[in-house]
Design a protein around this ligand. Structure first.
Ligand SMILES: NC(=O)c1ccc[n+]([C@@H]2O[C@H](COP(=O)([O-])OP(=O)(O)OC[C@H]3O[C@@H](n4cnc5c(N)ncnc54)[C@H](O)[C@@H]3O)[C@@H](O)[C@H]2O)c1
Length: 254
């Protein structure tokens, strides 16, 4: 428990699962009201129940811009102001580039990339008018390639681009935008990816075993490993960190 976010309001997307839930829990424990944004009302309510007082369900489908607008409007109307946005929601996809379908490419990009851009836009519009600034953190992925997950990785690299550009536009309003690039995390997203690889190993998949996820830190991370790095980016301690795509990856990118 602490008071580093006392009186602040945050939206955390993907907050019913993995990293998003760990961050939403920390924010509430530090005094914030958190709009727990996720795909179904039931998932949002279950997460809020677990997180406790201060967590508010905020159902949204990030593939749908009208749903994003409605969620942000509702959160803004229910709060004195919006101070923080953390974007964790994402889906993963596995298709070789020669087999990739338009439908799957669009599904992944609409949620992971377009959804992030429009959520950022809608929240920034509400942060700007009163001049009190804000902090936005977008989760991306490792700053490198992996075979068979091109739609996912490219959607995330798009997020890095949006982060840098919007940071330069928004800092004049006191809004800091940054990204975190995680390494492999024990969450449903990673479990899903591993299961798909195991069920249907693509040709040459020993590549991943040999050099894919060798983590210099010596262990696979958990959602908690991303909580304090996010706190740094949303509190005054990180005031001079602007437009960064920060590697929090156990040394993979070193
Ligand atoms: N898990 C990893 O190993 C790993 C590695 C690198 C980067 N990342 C990134 O870190 C972030 C957090 O990952 P995680 O492992 O906690 O993910 P997760 O799968 O545990 O949680 C993602 C959440 O997003 C929600 N979501 C999915 N589609 C949605 C939609 N259309 N609208 C609203 N919500 C939707 C899901 O319901 C889920 O609660 C993601 O952005 C992910 O890409 C994860």
């Amino acid at each position: 428990m602490g008071d580093r976010l006392e009186g602040k309001t945050a939206i955390v997307t993907g907050a019913a699962g993995g990293v998003g839930k760990a961050i939403a829990t920390k924010f509430v424990n530090e005094g914030a009201t958190v709009h727990v944004a996720d795909i179904t009302q039931e998932r949002c309510e279950d997460a809020c129940h677990e997180i406790g007082e201060g967590a508010v369900p905020a159902q949204v489908d990030l593939a749908d811009v009208s749903s994003i607008k409605a969620m942000v409007e509702k959160a803004a109307n229910a709060s004195p102001r919006l101070d923080i946005l953390v974007q964790c929601a994402a889906v993963v996809s596995m298709q070789p580039i020669t087999e990739i379908t338009e439908e799957e490419f669009d599904r992944v990009n609409n949620i992971n990339y377009r959804g992030v851009a429009f959520t950022l836009s809608e929240v920034a519009k509400r942060m700007i008018p009163d001049g009190k600034g804000g902090a936005i953190v977008n989760f991306t992925t490792l700053n490198r390639g992996y075979p068979w997950i091109g739609a996912y990785v490219s959607s995330k690299h798009g997020v890095s681009g949006i982060t840098r550009c919007s940071a330069l536009e928004l800092i004049k309003y006191g809004i800091r935008v940054n990204s975190i690039c995680p390494g492999p995390i024990k969450t449903p997203l990673m479990d899903d990816l591993i299961k798909r690889f195991a069920d249907n190993p693509p040709p040459g998949s020993e590549y991943l075993q040999e050099q894919g996820f060798v983590v210099p830190a010596g262990y696979e991370s958990t959602p908690e490993d991303y909580v304090e790095p996010t706190m740094l980016l949303v509190t005054p301690a990180g005031a001079y960190i602007i437009g960064q795509v920060m590697q929090v990856d156990g040394g993979i990118s070193a």
